[in-house]
Write a protein that binds this ligand. Structure first.
Ligand code: PMP
Length: 402
């Protein structure tokens, strides 16, 4: 067995960071690295709506028999309303439950590779580091387009469009639906309209990664841009994750939606996606999706969940406003959304902040705003301010998880 032919792999940078943070004896150390929501006390609790839904399931679930490759059909149907809105039922569209947003991305990638093996996938520079490998492992070539403007700390929108004008018909463009990871930027509705027009002009297929709906400006507001795009183009894919907005991370909850334009194409694409899912994971894990279904199907649980999500979002945006007010170079953080922002510092400053203040973040300077709270924010700012004068380039992102 030629395992000797395998190449060594980079150790996971995030796991190394977690280990370093754990080993640091300083009581006032700060973790802004790991990409999960934390409350004011630094915890990532199970949501109350989730606990209540789990109690219902525990009492009422009568069987754990197999469901099938499509997973929980009612779950996918309820999520369809969150993603597509209450718009007219669309016959060429389908949704399948997947193991997390990652499973949705991978299943979508496999389906694209089967349908059009020569199509290439454009991803933003920077993006979540798992994006390119997910498409590459499915056999698709990936290309990067400019995205982040170092001066304004916003989107380099014209440079992005210019690069995408080099695309070939049938290429795919991966778009963060909201709360871009790692920059926290998001398109305005006008920009979504321009992206839609470009997709239609060039025959580009949008693949929307919607992993943070509700953590930017609310469920509806965060879905508005993606919905507008989906209404404007015939063909599109959406990878949805419930792992952040329901805090179900390890339960692996997500769905892939595919919009094909016609009933015939929808049927054949769905049958192929199901065949691929069977060879990838046979069927997705049930528990987390059953929890989400239980919550969305029950008015009371749904409003509890909404309130909890509102509180998470308000806390994130409060931390954004407070950090942004600390220095003019940080001002753009206030208008960014979601968990993340890229600090305008280089890898050297990241290492120095770790040494001097026990502040932990990956080398690209991505911070998770949820790692901050009223208590540790002054110390964080104290560690950061000396490094803000020298501006820095945006390094290749190095974190693969979260
Ligand atoms: N897309 C993005 C942009 C993400 O940040 C993440 C998770 N960090 C995912 C997808 C995958 O989420 P999941 O844990 O549901 O696989």
């Amino acid at each position: 067995i030629p395992f000797a032919a395998l190449r060594p792999q980079q150790p996971d940078a995030l796991l190394a960071l977690i280990a370093m943070h754990r080993a640091d004896p300083r009581a006032d150390k700060i973790d802004v690295g790991v990409g999960v929501y934390r409350d004011e006390a630094g915890q990532t609790p199970v949501m109350r709506a989730v606990k209540a839904a789990e109690a219902d399931l525990f009492a009422e679930q009568r069987s754990k028999s197999y469901l099938g490759a499509e997973g929980d059909i009612r779950f996918a149907g309820l999520l369809t309303d969150l993603v597509f809105g209450e718009a007219k039922p669309e016959s060429g569209r389908f949704g399948l439950q997947t193991p997390g947003g990652t499973g949705a991305l991978r299943l979508g990638a496999q389906l694209l590779a089967r349908a059009a093996p020569l199509s290439r996938v454009w991803v933003s520079q920077p993006t979540w580091p798992n994006h390119a490998p997910t498409f590459a492992e499915a056999g698709l070539a990936t290309l990067v387009h400019p995205y982040f403007d170092l001066e304004s700390r916003g989107i380099a929108f014209e440079a992005m469009l210019d690069a995408l004008r080099q695309s070939r018909s049938g290429d795919v463009v991966l778009l963060h639906g909201c709360c871009h990871n790692p920059t926290g930027t998001q398109f305005t509705l006008e920009q979504w309209a321009e992206v839609a027009a470009l997709c239609n002009d060039r025959g580009l297929i949008p693949f929307i990664d919607l992993a943070y709906q509700g953590l930017g400006d609310g469920i509806d507001a965060d879905g508005a841009g993606p919905r507008q795009l989906l209404n404007a183009v015939p063909t599109a894919l959406v990878a949805y994750s419930c792992d952040k907005n329901f805090a179900l991370y390890r339960d692996r909850v997500g769905a892939l939606f595919v919009q094909t334009g016609t009933k015939n194409l929808g049927d054949i694409a769905r049958a192929n996606a199901l065949a691929l899912a069977r060879s990838l994971w046979s069927m997705p894990p049930d528990h987390g999706a059953a929890v989400v279904r239980t919550i969305l199907d029950d008015n009371e649980l749904r409003s509890t969940w909404n309130e909890e999500l509102d509180r998470m979002r308000s806390r994130l945006n409060r931390m954004r406003a407070e950090l942004a007010a600390a220095h003019s170079a940080l001002a753009p953080i206030a208008s960014q959304r979601g968990l993340f922002s890229l600090l305008p510092i280089g890898a050297g400053a990241v290492a120095k902040m770790r040494d001097s203040h026990g502040i932990y973040m990956p080398t690209d300077g991505r911070i998770n705003l949820a790692g901050l709270n009223e208590n540790n924010l002054p110390r964080f700012v104290d560690g950061l301010l000396p490094h803000l004068e020298q501006s820095a380039g945006v390094a290749q992102a190095t974190v693969a998880v979260g």
